[in-house]
Ligand binder design. Structure first.
Ligand code: ZN
Length: 612
């Protein structure tokens, strides 16, 4: 007589809980097969101590759902097999459903993993039947239940008989919908709904931030992180990627991965691989949120099979390409990846500096400046502009001093009034300067700009919304007596980043860099990236910082807005600056009468005769 599911469930309900835990069971009985295990033979849970609590949470009567968001190479697959082994051997009632992302993955699990596990473990060998009528690739019977191994893409596989234990592996690789039936994870979980003591296990390496199933599941749980004791100060900490350090050359361009080590965030002590592995054996999980769902994050720093320097070497090989970086973040760090659609590497830019000494290159026909105001300093960038949207980074200076100190502004003023020698023998001054007024010192910026509109020195205010024009000048003066320029910063950043990609000096938009610029300038210039973010399923684009300091990026953009507002006639400037064209080297009087003044008057109607 066939027992109905509900009667079976009642029997399961009243069966006493097993006295052995999953980790104890694995330590006692489990043998690892040589086909696919890094260390075949007798299994010892202490080798990957961090898996002990994860496995035991599954057989804890109080816990229904366990989530593991992890990198590769941490022993997750072995943990899944141990869970399976335990439920077949010790607590078989109700059956098991294993969901793999594809048919190939479910076939592999059945043919290779499960088959060799059954062969090498006596406890399974005597129980899992090979009965022709009831033993197929995706179905294995044993006393008390059966294992179904299905693909997340198979509606029939997901809609079969009820199962008490649902194990969904690599959930971030599942399609959004299983045929027309909807979310494969929800469909799988439905199969356990008649069991009050069901077990749900979700595991995966995460993929893209915002659409990652495992990350959403992790965040709905109690978010446990593994903490290890520092061998120097004994403080427990959760090792993060930022705690891994390695040496670099003084200009930051050469990396030495063989110096990689973990650094204690408390005492800054160096922790090598052997010390780290010992600390992992004494580690503990700490939850960071309240939830009935257990959720764990694991990455390869805990793995006994990975040297810290291997992780760093992988990072260095991957970092310059968003596709390889995504793989690194997912598979090594066990974290979801924010799509960085526009990431610029600083090193190639640094390596193409040009040596102009103190003489402006012939192509730079007009100069503008962008100034960023910080609480303890001003950052000043001077950019030359020429034909074909070419730009020349002439100078990048920091004026140390508080913006509420008048001397700081006096130093800026003399910098802005500096004369630059040009390759043609002329002298160029800064034709316009835009100063950020958005920080803590708005009134100081207004004060400085107030009497300098004739010199085209304007306070600016950044506007972060997409679609904002590059710049717009306020129609009237504000209460402080200045006209604000609004600057569409996203627009500016897109222009800058598209220009940074141009590698041929003759090409339209190429940016030339002066040899006097140091590496930190290039780090600041490339301090942001364009991220794709999903809000309610809709894609939005957002600029985000990679590095804390980005003033070089901001000040280039302010200088760009300044020259766009100036709208110079470069052909005209060129013909007036170049002695070969004009037939003579202009004298001082001629310079006073020459280009920017004319250009400015022609295009924008602002009269000024003081700068030339
Ligand atoms: Zn320490």
């Amino acid at each position: 007589m066939q027992l109905s599911d509900s009667i079976k469930n009642l029997l399961v309900m009243f069966s006493p809980p097993p006295e052995i835990t999953i980790s104890e069971h694995a330590d006692k009985y489990r043998y690892l097969s040589q086909e696919y295990c890094a260390e075949p033979g007798k299994y010892h849970v202490s080798r990957t101590e961090y898996l002990r609590e994860i496995m035991d949470s599954v057989c804890d009567a109080e816990i229904e759902q366990t989530v593991v968001m992890s990198s590769a190479r941490v022993g997750k697959t072995t943990a899944i097999e141990n869970i399976l082994h335990y439920y077949v051997d010790v607590d078989p009632a109700g059956g098991i459903l294993i969901v793999q992302p594809t048919k190939d993955a479910s076939d592999y699990f059945s043919k290779v993993q499960l088959a060799s596990m059954i062969r090498d473990n006596a406890t399974l060998r005597n129980k899992v039947f090979s009965n022709a009528s009831d033993d197929t690739l995706g179905h294995k019977a044993y006393p008390g239940g059966s294992i179904d191994i299905v693909s997340a893409g198979s509606p029939s596989g997901l809609s079969g008989k009820t199962k008490r234990l649902i194990l969904c592996d690599e959930v971030d690789r599942y399609d959004d919908s299983c045929g027309e039936e909807g979310d494969p994870v929800s469909l799988a979980i439905k199969r356990s709904s008649t069991f009050f003591n069901r077990k749900i296990i979700l595991t995966s390496t995460p993929k893209v931030k915002g659409s990652s199933r495992i990350e959403a599941a992790f965040n709905s749980g109690d978010k446990r992180y593994y903490h290890i004791p520092c061998p120097h100060c004994s403080t427990f900490f959760n090792p993060r990627w930022e705690n891994i350090k390695w040496d670099k050359s003084s200009d930051g361009s050469i990396h030495y991965p063989d110096t990689a080590h973990l650094e204690c965030p408390n005492c800054n002590g160096r922790i090598n691989d052997a010390q780290k592995n010992a600390a992992v054996r004494s580690g503990k999980w700490i939850s960071t949120a309240e939830s009935k769902i257990r959720s764990y994050h694991l990455w390869e720093v805990f793995s006994p099979w990975r040297l810290i320097q291997e992780t760093v070497a992988d990072f260095l090989a991957a970092k310059n390409n968003s596709e390889t970086l995504k793989t690194f973040v997912n598979l090594s760090l066990g974290e979801s990846f924010e799509e960085k659609v526009d990431v610029q590497d600083s090193s190639p830019l640094y390596n193409r500096k040009e040596n102009w000494s103190d003489i402006l290159p012939a192509g730079a026909l007009v100069l503008t400046s962008g100034i960023d105001v910080q609480d303890d300093r001003l950052a000043v960038q001077v950019v030359g502009w020429g034909l074909n949207n070419q730009s020349y980074i002439i100078d990048y200076k920091t004026i140390l001093g508080r913006p509420d100190d008048i001397q700081t502004w006096q130093r800026l003023d003399s910098l802005l009034q500096r004369k630059y020698k040009h390759a043609t023998g002329n002298q160029l001054s800064i034709a316009s300067a835009f100063i950020d007024s958005g920080g803590h010192f708005t009134s100081e910026v207004y004060n400085f700009c107030k009497d300098k509109e004739m010199r085209l020195v304007y306070p600016i205010k950044g506007q972060g919304k997409d679609g904002t024009p590059l710049f717009s000048l306020a129609k009237s003066r504000n209460d402080a007596g200045v006209r604000l320029v609004y600057c569409g910063v996203n627009n500016c950043k897109s222009i800058l980043y598209s220009r940074l990609k141009i590698e041929e000096p003759e090409q339209n938009g190429y940016i030339h860099f002066n040899s006097t610029l140091d590496f930190s300038y290039f780090e600041e210039l490339t301090a942001e990236y364009l991220a794709i973010k999903y809000v309610n399923g809709r894609e939005t684009r957002e600029w985000r910082k990679i590095r804390a300091r980005n003033e070089a990026l901001d000040t280039y953009n302010y200088a760009l807005c300044a020259v766009e507002m100036l709208d110079p006639d470069y052909e005209f400037l060129k013909s007036h600056l170049h002695p070969t064209i004009q037939g003579e080297i202009p004298n001082t009087e001629k310079q006073k009468q020459s280009p920017a003044l004319t250009i400015v008057q022609n295009n924008n109607g602002w009269g000024s005769s003081q700068r030339w």
